[in-house]
Write a protein that binds this ligand. Structure first.
Ligand SMILES: Cc1cc2nc3c(=O)[nH]c(=O)nc-3n(C[C@H](O)[C@H](O)[C@H](O)COP(=O)(O)OP(=O)(O)OC[C@H]3O[C@@H](n4cnc5c(N)ncnc54)[C@H](O)[C@@H]3O)c2cc1C
Length: 494
């Protein structure tokens, strides 16, 4: 079943406990802080349900159609199909939304490509995982994830000695129907809009953290589950001309608190097994499948950014200055290079277990690392190209409502080639990309969404073929000998 946008909106009006400060948001699909982005998600659902997109956005199995992002790839063609679906979604959002429905769908599909990992040790629930995968693709589910413990949970001495409640989400009880969860998880992007959340652990746990190993996929409206939103970026007076990106793409980030939340057994995939709770991402295709979406999404953002940067230089009149052309050339080279890192994942794909294939791991982790390292630089480059432009313009386009101000604005703010309103449109868009609150939150997102920098580097370290790389230098050294002491004495070492 493919949901339409209207059906999607209806399905997320589910009574979840979503809070902005002390205000409980009764209906996020109409509240001014959330309605704009809810509309974007609805439009994505409509795009997927549109029959003219079905070749890219859906696949067929046993006579049923599902979203392509639930396809478990068996050939390079399947990988390309997934890649194209991610791209269509990312392009729709200009690469500005990390948690579109295809993101965590990659995690779950990747787990379902190697379900035997759940049999390898006690506490894994293989059948539940497969049922959850079936349910998600059948019911067209959009899930987010919260897989990091809160900072307070990292200091055992503190919460043990101070007698405060352990802040990490953990199992505090169980019965024949399921388990009880208490504590907190950090930080579910998209939680205001998703149907469900994968609760788990992307960071390794200590062996004695068995109760924290709970991994489950649960609806966001379970009793006792509360969503604590960061400040939303849209207010009553935010308008699409002054903030064209903020109004559509503020995807939300929420801390999740669990207060005696009852989770039925069938929603649980790991329980009481600390190593397994983390290994399920790295010992299955899950992490790679999900992060290919992140790479494609970042590439869409780069394409948008490079195009906009070039347009801005036309508006400022600086495009033909050699130094400015060079800056644009560098941006274009970075964009093309990044695109090639993604193409490489399709071209050098791996054959993995159970007849499935997977995007090239090393190219994927290299692209994740590159994006994390370079995003701020890219944004800063565009900011530099903008000069002081964004600050020349009035606070809002509503200046046009006043005939006196309007006349002055149209007169003084126009240039030979561009009218005042036209210029303002470019600069407001560019500022929303590089300088607004929305841009600032995106800068943190690009640094941290996949984990801290040292973790991203570690993925690159552990996947590097060190033996093969060592062999290159060792092979060369094998072609000449270490001179003997005698030779050194006789020849002076040469
Ligand atoms: C906008 C945004 C959206 C997010 N969305 C999600 C989501 O949807 N789901 C989810 O589960 N999580 C999400 N996260 C959380 C994200 O996974 C964490 O922010 C990330 O893992 C870093 O953890 P931290 O924020 O606790 O930073 P800390 O661990 O407190 O680190 C702070 C700084 O210290 C550095 N540091 C810490 N330890 C070391 C070390 N050992 N070596 C070197 N440097 C170190 C870090 O690199 C970082 O620069 C999101 C984060 C942000 C900012």
């Amino acid at each position: 079943m493919l949901l339409t946008g209207r059906e999607y909106l209806e399905s997320i009006r589910d009574g979840r406990a979503l809070y902005v400060g002390s205000e409980r948001i009764e209906d996020q699909t109409v509240h001014p802080a959330f309605a704009g982005c809810a509309g974007t998600y609805a439009a994505l659902y409509d795009m997927k349900a549109d029959p003219s997109n079905s070749d890219v956005m859906t696949f067929e199995e046993d006579g049923e159609h599902f979203a392509t992002y639930y396809l478990r790839p068996r050939s390079q063609g399947d990988l390309i199909r997934r890649n194209c679906a991610h791209r269509m979604i990312a392009d729709f959002c200009f690469g500005l939304m990390g948690r579109t429905p295809d993101a965590v769908a990659g995690n779950i599909s990747g787990l379902a490509m190697k379900p035997e990992v759940f049999d390898s040790e006690p506490g894994g629930f293989r059948e539940n995982l497969l049922q959850i995968y079936e349910h998600m693709r059948r019911d067209d589910i959009f899930a987010t994830y919260a897989v990091v413990p809160p900072p307070g949970a990292r200091n055992k001495e503190y919460y043990q000695s101070a007698g405060v409640a352990q802040p990490a989400c953990r199992v505090t009880g169980e019965d024949d129907k399921g388990v009880i969860l208490n504590g907190m998880k950090f930080l579910a992007t998209g939680a205001a809009y998703a149907h469900e959340v994968l609760v788990g652990n992307i960071m390794p746990l200590e062996p004695d953290q068995k109760k924290e190993s709970i991994t489950c996929v649960i609806p966001l409206n379970l009793e006792g589950l509360t969503l604590w939103s960061r400040p939303p970026l849209n207010r009553m007076d935010t308008n699409p001309f002054d903030n064209p990106l903020t109004t559509k793409f503020d995807e939300s980030d929420c801390m999740l608190t669990f207060n005696d939340v009852h989770v039925p057994w069938e929603k649980i995939i790991v329980h009481d097994n600390a190593p397994l709770s983390r290994n399920i991402y790295t010992q299955t295709p899950s992490h790679v499948m999900a992060n290919h979406q992140c790479n494609v999404r970042f590439h869409s953002k780069m394409r948008f950014l490079v195009g906009l940067a070039s347009l801005i230089t036309k508006v400022t009149g600086a495009r033909d200055i050699p130094a400015v052309r060079e800056t644009l050339a560098k941006l274009a080279a970075m964009e093309a290079g990044y695109g090639a890192m993604i193409d490489g994942q399709l071209y050098r794909y791996h054959e993995v277990d159970n007849g499935y294939v997977l995007f090239n791991r090393r190219a994927l982790y290299a692209a994740l690392h590159w994006a994390m390292e370079n995003h701020s630089h890219l944004m800063d480059t565009v900011r530099e190209l903008l000069g002081g432009g964004p600050f020349q313009f009035p606070a809002s386009i509503d200046v046009m409502k006043d005939p006196y101000l309007k006349e002055m604005f149209e007169n003084y703010w126009s240039t030979g080639d561009y009218g005042a309103k036209e210029r303002m449109k470019f600069f407001k868009l560019a500022w929303d990309l590089v300088g607004s609150d929305h841009a600032s939150r995106a800068t943190s997102y690009e640094k941290f969404y996949v984990g801290p920098a040292h973790a991203v580097r570690n993925y690159n370290f552990v996947n590097a073929p060190w033996e093969e790389l060592h062999g290159i230098a060792e092979g060369l050294m094998d072609t000449y000998d270490i001179p003997s002491d005698e030779m050194l004495l006789n020849d002076g070492g040469t």
